[in-house]
Design a protein around this ligand. Structure first.
Ligand code: SF4
Length: 436
């Protein structure tokens, strides 16, 4: 279910100039009713990435239903996520929730010896009853060490959006990363990427002579990358504020860059690492030429369907400013409004600088007011969450589910065409349905 924090006393729109790069854009803040999934949704892609981890949501039946429906397409014999249901007795304080949790975890780990890391994922109900999951994780870690590590983070839906679940998960892992002892610099790519994309980037960095390279999160929890003062990190996702801060706290240095979506974004992202490794411009051009060429050829196929079309992006995944840059600069779409739940000014500075002059960015949401603006603008395509997509489709507006963009492999040169195609499909479907 979408997390719907209570409406504020009134929507406040405060147009102001951004304090960082992107002075040419128009930034407004909005507060009010939101329509977003909670951070539990992150489990859907995190459990696929960290293959020896289990995500145990400590929550209600509502949380269990969310996981079931969000991840329902991927139910298999031995799932690596589940929900320890908090019953009415727990909510009323009649049961010892810690003892119950210990019992559930013991049973789970006895049945599943393949699990090496157990995440206790907090939810709205566990926070309401003030269940101290940090204490539980510490206690269970001692019980099950060294075979299993137990880590806690919150996926609660209050005042958050669904991609913050990944940020909270990775930030919780940062203290467990071993200390790097090497004096040579190393590169850490931060943010969940599909394995196929990770392999492509590994080859690309090797061709550039950049390394050693690690990815965080890793595919196995037993292979956590080391971090230290010589670690340089690139963010692969724009929603990792707390993780980046935690890595900086361990001495690592962020390499500011646009995000690797589309040919242009991927090239600029790689260039940030190449500059840190002092790769010459000529060598950089040689090592990336084939990738750029493949991406541009793929994009050319989809540009005619998208160029000149008007797109409205609702705030949902925090990928919106990055997608807006890709859609406007590489596919010729016109941006009506670019919503984002939160705007991390520093991490997105390079993206904001690339947006067309006059781009309207809305941080936060007052969903009814935004829907009114959306309808009035008669967009060709709306990028939004599942809760808004069906009603807008019923009104005859083509929509793209933003959560799909987080599940799909969309990063890098070789996925640029696939990313463009994700926006072409709803337009084609509408065309087939209406004949227009
Ligand atoms: Fe709903 Fe909160 Fe559970 Fe998310 S964590 S499913 S918002 S009750």
């Amino acid at each position: 279910p979408p997390a719907s924090p209570p409406a504020s006393s009134g929507a406040a729109e405060l147009p102001c100039a951004p304090a960082v790069a992107g002075q040419h854009i128009s930034l407004q803040h909005e507060r009010g009713q939101q329509q977003v999934f909670c951070g539990l949704a992150g489990i859907v892609w995190l459990h696929r990435k960290i293959q020896d981890a289990f995500f145990l949501v400590v929550g209600s039946r509502t949380c269990a239903h969310l996981m079931q429906s969000a991840a329902g397409v991927m139910i298999f014999a031995e799932p690596r996520f589940g929900t320890a249901i908090i019953e009415d007795r727990d909510l009323a304080g009649l049961a010892n929730a810690h003892a119950e949790l210990d019992r559930v975890v013991t049973r789970l780990l006895e049945r599943r010896p393949d699990i090496r890391m157990l995440f206790l994922v907090g939810s709205c109900p566990s926070e309401v009853i003030k269940l101290d999951l940090a204490r539980a994780a510490e206690r269970l870690s001692q019980t099950f060490a060294p075979a299993v590590r137990v880590v806690d983070y919150s996926g609660s839906g209050l005042e958050t959006t669904f991609t913050q679940g990944e940020d909270a998960c990775l930030a919780a892992l940062v203290p467990l990363l071993p200390a790097a002892t090497d004096s040579a610099p190393s590169l850490l790519v931060v943010g969940t990427l599909a394995d196929v994309v990770e392999d492509q980037f590994r080859r690309q960095f090797a061709a550039l002579g950049i390394g050693p390279v690690d990815f965080f999160p890793p595919r196995r929890s037993t292979a956590l990358p080391a971090v230290g003062a010589n670690t340089r990190f690139l963010l692969a996702q724009p929603y990792l504020r707390d993780t980046a801060r935690a890595l900086e706290g361990r001495g690592a240095t962020h390499l500011p860059a646009p995000f690797p979506l589309g040919a242009e974004g991927t090239l600029a992202w790689l260039k940030a690492a190449a500059d840190a490794w002092r790769v010459s411009d000529a060598d950089f051009a040689t090592a990336t030429a084939a990738g750029v060429e493949r991406a541009e050829r793929a994009l050319a196929r989809y540009r005619p369907a998208l160029a000149g079309k008007r797109v409205f992006l609702f705030p949902d995944s925090q990928l919106e400013p990055v997608l807006a840059r890709f859609l406007s600069r590489e596919l010729g779409m016109t941006l009506i409004e670019v919503g984002t739940p939160f705007l991390h000014r520093a991490h997105l500075a390079a993206e904001l600088a690339l947006l067309p002059a006059g781009t309207l960015i809305t941080e936060g949401q007052d969903v009814d007011a935004q829907l009114d603006r959306c309808r009035a603008s008669a967009p060709d395509l709306v990028v939004c969450g599942l809760g808004l997509a069906n009603p807008l489709e019923a009104e005859g507006i083509a929509t793209k589910w933003s959560i799909e963009l987080v599940f799909s492999p969309i990063h890098g040169f070789d996925q640029a065409g696939d990313l463009a195609e994700l926006f072409v499909r709803p337009l084609e479907r509408r065309q087939r349905l209406t004949g227009l």
